[in-house]
Design a protein around this ligand. Structure first.
Ligand code: ASP
Length: 434
């Protein structure tokens, strides 16, 4: 049995956090592959190493003095080395990086040094072999991962060393130049390694108790979800819940490798388990998520329902402007196309003009829409859920502007006015989840 264990930046912000990581890794012999992010914030006023590196790159690019930033960076790594009494000569790594700093240094390369240097320290601390992600995570020139090659390299490194620390967040093109994943991408590195080694579990350690059933900025101390399916997580992440990088589930999902989200500061807490099928039926609703700033194009035409191809013609217009469509609630001779407001900023009038001209329809725009997703695998084929939602919102005098439910019955989307967004989440959480 093998586990890939990934630690986020907040689990690696200082020597005390490093000590917690070591204790966690050593408490289970299955934790043989450790993936690290770059050193994170020590407190809310601190700066993540990755952000410092982006700032450093901008200074270099525009020829602005960068000594102060470099000193901040250097001190963070040296302090951890000193406080933990590590033998690895991190000052030499820092010196050779300093020599490479110039106007044309690649941003991806420079930023990746956050994870690289953090992994060097961690490998020295744990006594695990450092393996550079550039030698494992292989990109094609189109920016996609070459899984065949990556798997070969990962398997080889594992059979050679048995216990390894790998920096997250980057890989390399065939010519060896570094390519970053998108922000938060160390989650994805861990997931790729988990897939390549077909491990029994992918652990993702952060500073939260798991995936929360609602946004903690709106709901006071929402509870953590014990078990959630990959599909449910996808629905919640799409609607704004962000704990894991969105791409994390894809590599492991096909092999049904569970992901366990855990808290480095509270390791005995079971956290959240993400897997293909969950047996826990105790909660009907798994979680809530939502976003403001959607708009609805309301399209009406008499006898539209008899016109074959009407919907296709309308959607072709959105396609022409590269606008992705989120929902299409419909009536008999009317339907609405719901899209994110940011996607139509520059083309909303053109879309309306085209819809009117090409469909001969009446078109109105409602730009005051917030969407709330009620997600739960246990809602399927259970009566009364919509009833409870409407009853709850009715009592709060919240009017529902639109409603969408897919055939999987995994997700009910409710559209409300933006002023009712927080109230909708609060009342649904209180009545249906807490
Ligand atoms: N350090 C990178 C970031 O801040 C990647 C990661 O932490 O996953 O985005």
């Amino acid at each position: 049995m093998l586990v890939v264990t990934k630690f986020g930046g907040s689990s690696l912000s200082c020597a005390t956090q490093f000590a917690k990581v070591k204790k966690i890794v050593e408490s289970d012999a299955k934790r043989k592959i450790v993936v690290v992010s770059a050193l994170g914030k020590r407190d809310s006023s601190d700066t993540k190493i990755t952000d410092l590196l982006y700032i450093l790159h901008a200074h270099l690019k525009y020829g602005v003095p960068y000594e102060d930033i470099w000193e901040m960076l250097k001190t963070r790594f040296l302090t951890i080395k000193e406080e933990l009494g590590l033998h690895h000569a991190i000052e030499e790594d820092l010196e050779s990086l300093k020599k490479e700093l110039n106007k044309t240094i690649s941003e991806d390369y420079l930023v990746s040094r956050g994870e690289y240097l953090t992994a060097k320290l961690m490998s020295s601390y744990l006594g695990y072999q450092f393996v550079d992600a550039k030698d494992l995570i292989c990109f094609n020139y189109d920016g996609k991962i070459d899984y065949n090659l990556t798997e070969k390299k990962v398997r080889l490194a594992f059979s050679e060393y048995g216990i390894l620390v790998v920096p997250g967040f980057y890989g390399a093109y065939p010519n060896g130049s570094i390519k970053l994943l998108s922000r938060g991408g160390s989650d994805v590195t861990g997931s790729i390694l988990a897939k390549c080694l077909n491990v029994s579990l992918y652990e993702n350690w952060t500073d939260v108790p798991g995936i929360l059933a609602a946004d903690p900025r709106i709901i006071d101390h929402p509870k953590a979800i014990k078990e959630i399916t990959y599909e449910e997580l996808r629905e919640l992440s799409y609607m704004g819940a962000n704990v894991l990088h969105e791409e994390t589930v894809f590599p492991v999902q096909s092999l049904n490798i569970p992901i366990n989200l855990k808290n480095t500061n509270d390791p005995d807490n079971p956290g959240t388990l993400i897997k293909n099928v969950c047996d826990d039926t105790s909660e009907i609703i798994t979680g809530l998520a939502g976003k403001k700033e959607f708009v609805s194009f309301n399209i009406t035409k008499d006898h539209m329902s008899n016109e074959v191809g009407f919907l296709r013609k309308a959607l072709t217009i959105f396609e022409k402007y590269h606008v992705s469509v989120d929902h299409i609630p419909s009536g008999i001779d009317t339907f609405s196309v719901i899209v994110s407001a940011t996607n139509i900023e520059k083309c909303q009038y053109e879309i309306i003009t085209d819809l009117k001209a090409e469909l001969g329809a009446e078109v109105s725009l409602d730009s005051d829409i917030a969407l709330v997703a009620v997600v739960g695998r246990n809602m399927a084929r259970r009566s009364g859920i919509c009833g409870s939602i409407f009853e709850t919102l009715g009592k709060e005098n919240i009017s529902v502007k639109l409603l969408a439910q897919g055939p999987s019955e995994l997700n009910i989307i409710i559209g409300v006015s933006q002023k009712d967004y927080e109230g909708t989440l609060k009342s649904l959480y209180k009545n249906l989840i807490a």
